[in-house]
Design a protein. Structure first.
Length: 99
């Protein structure tokens, strides 16, 4: 996607982050500042959200690697504020293993 920035390439699968992902980080910072938290506590909140999305990335990589096992290629993985999407190619029965 043109609105996504490439982060890393894992096992031939490009992992991207959509620009709207930054909105959730800014929202967490804003809400915590409004609640009167200091920078240390806000940092932990941001770290928590980032670790959550690290788990989402691992989850999507699981989909992509399972698809790779069956001969289905993954175009890319994109992280959005609501989760992640692994875009898989359509499988043709003659191309896919164990189908």
């Amino acid at each position: 996607m043109k609105q996504s920035k490439s982060l890393i390439n894992v096992a031939g699968i490009e992992i991207q982050i959509h620009w709207t992902f930054s909105l959730i980080i800014f929202y967490i910072i804003y809400i915590n500042m409004k609640a009167g938290l200091d920078a240390y506590q806000i940092g932990w909140s941001v770290l928590f959200v980032l670790s959550l999305f690290f788990c989402v990335t691992l989850h999507e990589l699981g989909h992509a690697l399972a698809a790779k096992h069956y001969g289905i290629k993954t175009k890319d993985i994109t992280l959005y504020p609501i989760g992640g999407v692994a875009r898989l190619e359509k499988c043709r029965r003659s191309r896919c293993r164990n189908w």
